[in-house]
Design a protein around this ligand. Structure first.
Ligand code: FES
Length: 85
């Protein structure tokens, strides 16, 4: 399929470029806060290399580093707090 590719962030479709990470796609869309973690710290794009764990999001119910995860068409992402409720 050659149409625009998007991932789903909460209730918003976010476009991305081939090979772009989830964190880069979210940040390019103006989303700089990815939610709250289990100890109520804000999650966000920070180191970009998988070292800080600041960018954790929930992808298919699994806590995942957004900066290390390539975006794919139709993926569904929510903040970690959605899984903590
Ligand atoms: S931004 Fe540091 S692990 Fe993803």
């Amino acid at each position: 399929m050659n149409g625009p590719k998007t991932l789903r962030w909460i209730s918003q479709d976010i476009p991305f470029r081939q090979g772009e990470s989830v964190a880069a796609a979210l940040e390019a869309a103006g989303i700089t806060s990815f939610g709250r973690d289990a100890v109520d710290r804000e999650t966000r794009y920070f180191c970009g290399i998988g070292a800080c764990q600041c960018c954790l999001v929930s992808i298919n119910g699994v806590a995942t580093e957004a900066c290390l995860t390539p975006a794919w068409d139709g993926m569904v992402i929510v903040g970690l707090e959605a899984d903590l409720d």
